[in-house]
Design a protein around this ligand. Structure first.
Ligand code: BGC
Length: 634
């Protein structure tokens, strides 16, 4: 042994130092931002809109370094970017506003400026590849204060009107484009079989055929026709979401969200894949993989589902993204999670917290051969194709002059129409509804009567929504009713139905329902009306000849033992900003045409309910899917 290794501490220190040095050099090498190579000329084929998309993709790909390719696969949450120049230095390809992340101030110009500053950084990079910015515009461009808030998807499912859904999607896309956002995480094709799930309202229906029809209409409205795309739509969450088992959640705070979907080949072919086939045929640009597991395998790691069924069998040629932290959640190391998901077919990774680690791990994985270069090239080709199809190179930045489309009267009119068509009349004794706008005396009560925040639900400015009257440009249901009745009608309102006058009213309308909730935070073992709401209804009944209950909720509530006490019952879902759309139908300006988009259980013992309406305990549901009493206009 050499003399200098003879002392004990030297025997430890020297090798440790050497190892640390090698590691530090390796890490420094792996973390280096993209190399400073020459900028391609202005007339490089990929920059010219006159070149075909295939030529543009291949020209650009041939110029890209490995780092630049990996950067395109990163989908970075905006709050994790502390230095805007990182977008150029690390060649980041995509960003998002997750969980309602927004600019300060949250105004249309605030959004335009925020996205613009990120975009300008991307454009200053060597290749100048524009950034793709995504948002959860799931019921309108709903993170934006002042945007039109359409009904949540479950309400659109009740309309069963593909043309209307297409118009809602187009209006939403127009509001997004005005802020420079060309990518939405919608439509949702989940199939809620168990309404205890807190995301039930994000889906159109539990019926695969209807989900496919409305999903395809939504894609057409968002993207436009032909091979170019106005705004890129994202079908989510692939696959089997909505059919997870109660109690199987992998998140200790939740019960069913992020849980386990039991797999079966028949269900895959007959229930879960058909809606995706419909949107793939409609040309959907991207697909988001869910946070569930498919019989034990996490969806983001499931090569059979992603590369086999989606890209292979359905022929999906767009790009696949993972959901929030999904690739890391269930792996021992982030490296392992990335290798599994990219090799399974994920093309772009949603990175809520740290993009530098992603770039480093990916580089290592390609250098070691754990992720083949061909997989990277395939992913980047798919992403670039979408960017070219969306015209990002030609219109990376939006302009202030387009902002007036946000919350325009045309869009509010579409939202109002959607609300009126989404209402489902479940009970109507002695044809109580529609009411006459000329009636004498009406009493209104309930926690959701004068509450635009509650009627808009979650994913409205804040991820988990805000209860109360705070939204700009919206009309509460109470206000809608006041606007609908004649000047001679007396309308009394008290949230708790504590009316002072002893004089009975002809009719009382109780507008009650769920407080806003998002994702697994809304998992609920027994979705029902709050004690406060039930007491309000009872008080209202005591002071009115007849009582109508209007439910504002993201799902069917357990009301089987209450419904006999009510003269009429209307499910209004989460209608969004247009309370007037509800009043239009209550007073006969528009007919009731909505039909239940999913079965209404009599009790939670019946859950889950199968696609053909069979309950778990074999008893009859309160109302089957498709039920809804129709009325004529007045
Ligand atoms: C949700 C997705 C959403 C994403 C980005 C996730 O928590 O599951 O539906 O698109 O966040 O906000």
């Amino acid at each position: 042994m050499p003399i200098y290794f003879q002392t004990r501490w030297l025997r430890v220190i020297v090798p440790t130092f050497v190892v640390l040095l090698v590691l530090a050099i390796g890490i420094a090498y792996l973390r280096t931002p993209q190399a400073t190579l020459e900028k391609p000329p202005q007339d490089a084929p990929y920059r010219l809109s006159s070149s075909s998309i295939d030529v543009r993709i291949e020209d650009l790909l041939a110029r890209m370094t490995l780092d630049e390719k990996i950067g395109q696969m990163a989908l970075v949450e905006k709050n994790s970017v502390h230095d805007v120049d990182d977008i150029a230095s690390y060649g980041i390809g995509a960003m998002l506003s997750g969980m309602g992340a927004k600019p300060e101030p949250n105004t249309p110009s605030g959004w335009l400026n925020m996205v613009g500053s990120f975009q300008r950084s991307a454009l200053s990079s060597r290749l100048g590849i524009p950034l793709l910015y995504g948002a959860d515009a799931i019921h309108g461009h709903s993170n934006v204060f002042g945007a039109t808030m359409f009904p949540h998807m479950i309400g659109l499912g009740a309309t069963r009107d593909a043309d209307l859904v297409e118009r809602v999607a187009r209006a939403t896309a127009e509001e997004m484009e005005a802020t420079g956002i060309y990518w939405t995480y919608s439509p949702n094709l989940d199939l809620p079989r168990d309404i205890r799930w807190g995301r039930t309202y994000e889906a159109f229906t539990d019926d695969p055929t209807l989900a496919g029809e409305l999903g395809a209409a939504y894609v057409r409205g968002t993207q436009g026709s032909g091979s170019s795309m106005n705004v890129i739509a994202t079908a989510k969450h692939y696959l089997g979401i909505g059919a997870m088992q109660w109690g199987s959640s992998s998140n200790k705070n939740f019960k069913i969200d992020q849980g386990r979907t039991p797999s079966s080949t028949a269900a895959l072919q007959e229930e879960y894949l058909p809606p995706y086939r419909a949107v793939v045929d409609a040309g959907v640009g991207s697909v988001m993989i869910g946070l569930n597991s498919w019989d034990g395998t996490w969806a983001s790691y499931d090569k059979n589902l992603i590369t086999g069924s989606l890209k292979g069998d359905l022929g999906f040629s767009g790009f696949v993204i993972s959901d929030w932290y999904a690739v890391y959640e269930h792996s021992f190391t982030q490296y392992e999670g990335l290798v599994k998901s990219i090799n399974a077919g994920v093309d772009m990774v949603m990175l809520p917290f740290d993009y530098k680690g992603f770039l480093m791990n990916m580089r290592l994985a390609v250098k070691t051969g754990d992720i083949p270069q061909a997989r990277i090239d395939d992913a980047v080709r798919r992403i670039l194709r979408a960017k070219f199809q969306a015209g990002l190179f030609e219109r990376p930045l939006a302009s202030e002059s387009e902002l007036s489309v946000i919350g325009s009267s045309e869009h509010h009119a579409i939202a109002r129409e959607a609300v009126s068509k989404s209402l489902v009349l479940l009970k109507n004794d002695q044809d109580l509804l529609p009411l006459s706008p000329k009636m004498n005396h009406l009493r209104i009560a309930g926690s959701a009567a004068d509450n635009v925040g509650r009627q808009s639900g979650a994913w409205t400015v804040e991820w988990r929504g805000i209860d109360g009257n705070w939204l700009e440009g919206g009309t509460s249901i109470l206000q809608g009713i006041k606007n609908a009745v004649s000047s001679s009608t007396t309308v009394e309102y008290d949230r708790e139905a504590k009316f002072v006058s002893a004089k009975r009213a002809n009719v009382g309308i109780a507008i009650v329902g769920e407080k806003p909730y998002a994702e697994g935070w809304g998992d609920d073992a027994n979705p029902s009306l709050a004690k406060e709401d039930l007491e309000t209804i009872d008080r209202l009944r005591a002071s009115c000849d007849r009582v109508i209950v209007v439910l504002v909720s993201g799902r069917p509530l357990m009301i089987a033992d209450k419904i006999n006490d009510w003269d009429a019952l209307v499910e209004a879902w989460l209608p969004g900003s247009e309370g007037e759309g509800v009043a239009d139908v209550l007073f006969g300006k528009q007919p009731f045409v909505g039909k239940l988009p999913l079965p209404w259980p009599a009790s939670v013992k019946q859950l889950p309910i199968s696609v053909d309406g069979k309950t778990k305990d074999g008893t009859k549901v309160l109302f089957p899917r498709g039920f809804g009493i129709h009325t004529e206009k007045r």
